[in-house]
Design a protein around this ligand. Structure first.
Ligand code: AMP
Length: 435
């Protein structure tokens, strides 16, 4: 066969498998090779949750749109531009949840979780959706793992949530982290600060970027968040929120820092850290790793969230991490995900009788909890042994015509190649003996 014929043939095959559908923009399949990282992060999250006595909570992926309008804020990017909205047949305005904290407070109020022992510590894990321009570290569907402490305004819990966050990263072997922290005050001192900020920017409006000009009227604090070079110039002389805190917010923040010092945590005061969501007040923080530009996680206190959702005053504090970003850092740092155990046994069958019998043997192996794999659709010994080798199995069990008649099976050590014939009803014991 000529080379050009072969080339034509393979081009034809390629054409045949033309891909019709792709995952939606900014949303990714998590393929088997990436699962060990996700599993590791979930496992470590569960371990940390258990050590700190957090209980798991799952909320629906769809929520009422109004929850986020009230809690995250009508003027925020998340609500203005980033929500995936849909309508139920009954005309309920629903959205794919963009974040996890507001739904948890909704669940807390709905199920009167205030009756449980307080503060209530809850953790969650799952997909969040934000209609953003996809880029590295920013997706339209991403996964978050988060921890919330609800029912206390004690600053020691702000410190505990930051300590937990650092323990979580350390347990993942992400050691070199940078904690940035700030206080954005309460509703009273923040209003005063906003007025001072507006006065400072009043005659600089024309020199700000278009986004910041908009922010001046809807959410002036976000100007401090802007990374635009022109806007950066003005930030350094802008009034600082910490100088404008009321006495009780000042005392609260000082206590948080003292507790962090007591826990020997190193942090950086970042006067420009405001976090984008309306429900935050007082302590806000973000965690970075040296190798990555984006925040790995962030959080803060949200003492007004319950009231924003129509409940009583229930102070709370929390943190959440972006799982994809953690995976990215783990890869950069050569940190491994969970180790997937290799199969102990590979079952090889030769001939119809053996194939028939193999289903019963597999059942016994599964029942005994012995990790097994096989290639039941293959016939040849050579091919099946090759697959067994590729799978990294410790032993092959070979069932041929003769073994079926004798009620025996061949046990082959895949490393040494040594083989022995054993009675079929002794397989489990013999494999367990060699564990
Ligand atoms: P936020 O609620 O915006 O503070 O997000 C919490 C964490 O989720 C961030 O620190 C990121 O690690 C992660 N995150 C937020 N938005 C995205 C996104 N669009 N794509 C990937 N990760 C994200």
């Amino acid at each position: 066969m000529s080379k050009s014929f072969n080339r034509k043939k393979s081009a034809k095959i390629k054409k045949k498998v033309k891909i019709l559908f792709q995952s939606p923009k900014g949303m990714h399949d998590i393929l088997p090779n990436n699962q060990p990282f996700f599993l590791k992060i979930r496992q470590v999250g569960e371990k940390i949750a258990d050590i700190y006595s957090f209980s798991k909570i799952d909320t629906p992926i769809l929520e009422q749109k109004a929850i986020f309008e009230r809690a995250v804020g009508e003027a925020t990017d998340i609500v203005q531009k980033q929500m995936f909205a849909t309508k139920s047949r009954g005309d309920d305005q629903l959205v794919l949840r963009p974040e996890g904290t507001a739904p948890i407070m909704r669940a807390y109020l709905q199920h009167s979780l205030g009756h449980l022992s307080q503060p209530l510590k809850l953790f969650y894990e799952g997909p969040m959706f934000r209609y953003e321009q996809p880029q590295a570290g920013r997706f339209r569907q991403h996964y978050q793992i988060g921890f919330e402490i609800i029912g206390t305004n004690d600053p020691i819990y702000d410190a505990q949530i930051i300590l937990l966050a650092t323990n979580f990263l350390e347990e993942l072997k992400i050691k070199k982290m940078n904690i940035q922290i700030n206080s954005i005050g309460c509703n009273i001192c923040r209003q005063k600060y906003k007025r001072r900020l507006l006065a400072y920017y009043e005659n600089k409006q024309n020199e700000l970027c278009a986004d910041c000009r908009k922010r001046l009227s809807i959410n002036p604090l976000r100007i401090l968040d802007c990374k635009n070079q022109h806007c950066e110039i003005f930030k350094k002389d802008a009034p600082i929120i910490l100088d404008n805190l009321c006495p009780s917010c000042k005392t609260h923040f000082r206590s948080v820092l003292e507790y962090l010092d007591e826990a020997s945590l190193t942090y950086v005061l970042n006067f420009h850290l405001v976090r984008g969501l309306d429900y935050y007040n007082r302590t806000v923080f973000e965690l970075f790793s040296d190798e990555f530009d984006f925040a790995l996680g962030g959080g803060g206190r949200y003492d007004y969230l319950s009231q924003m959702l129509g409940g009583p005053k229930i102070p709370a504090v929390g943190v959440s991490f972006g799982i994809e970003r953690l995976v990215e850092v783990m890869k950069i740092k050569n940190i491994e995900g969970i180790t997937i155990k290799k199969p102990k046994v590979f079952l090889i069958q030769l001939g119809n009788q053996a194939k028939k019998k193999s289903i019963k043997i597999l059942k016994e192996l599964y029942n005994a909890g012995i990790k097994t794999t096989e290639a039941l659709d293959k016939d040849s010994l050579r091919v099946q042994l090759k697959v067994a080798d590729k799978n990294g199995a410790n032993f092959a069990l070979i069932l041929g015509q003769r073994e079926v008649l004798d009620d025996t099976i061949i046990l082959r050590d895949m490393e040494t190649g040594a083989q022995e014939n054993i009675a079929i009803d002794k397989i489990i014991d013999e494999i367990k003996k060699r564990a």
